[in-house]
Design a protein around this ligand. Structure first.
Ligand SMILES: [Zn+2]
Length: 131
């Protein structure tokens, strides 16, 4: 059942998901996204990256509070709608309103390769983010 809502780039990403280390709020956002995308757009979510040692990003992947989802093959209208829906539905941190739960950005993959993906993140602050 879940396989029809959520897919993984490879078995190592699946194993990271199944490890139970994902931040619980991030799991909720990811499952909500999977439900929304299939119901509204018929899109099955593919998770491409979960754990990653801190490199150039803020460290949310290293903290199990960040997940990347493939979005380069989504119609622009769907990508825009999904992004809007996520950020309207989930607050990253009330104290830091400029930070978003969802963004679509381009990770540099080298010439000719699209690194466009949807990045999801949740705050590690236990008191914020859900009101
Ligand atoms: Zn990311």
């Amino acid at each position: 059942m879940l396989d029809r809502l959520l897919q993984f780039k490879d078995n190592s990403v699946r194993a990271e998901f199944e490890s139970g280390k994902l931040h619980p709020r991030l799991l909720i956002v990811l499952l909500a996204l999977a439900g929304y995308a299939i119901v509204r757009w018929g899109i099955v979510i593919t998770v491409t990256d979960i754990f990653r040692k801190r490199t150039t990003d803020s460290g949310v992947h290293e903290a199990w509070r960040g997940v990347d989802v493939r979005s380069r093959d989504w119609p622009k209208e769907a990508a825009d709608d999904i992004l809007r829906w996520l950020n309207e539905s989930f607050c990253y941190d009330q104290a830091r309103p400029t930070l978003k739960v969802a963004m679509i950005h381009d990770a540099d993959q080298g010439p000719g390769l699209s690194g466009i993906h949807l990045h999801l993140q949740v705050s590690g602050n236990p008191r914020k983010g859900w009101e």
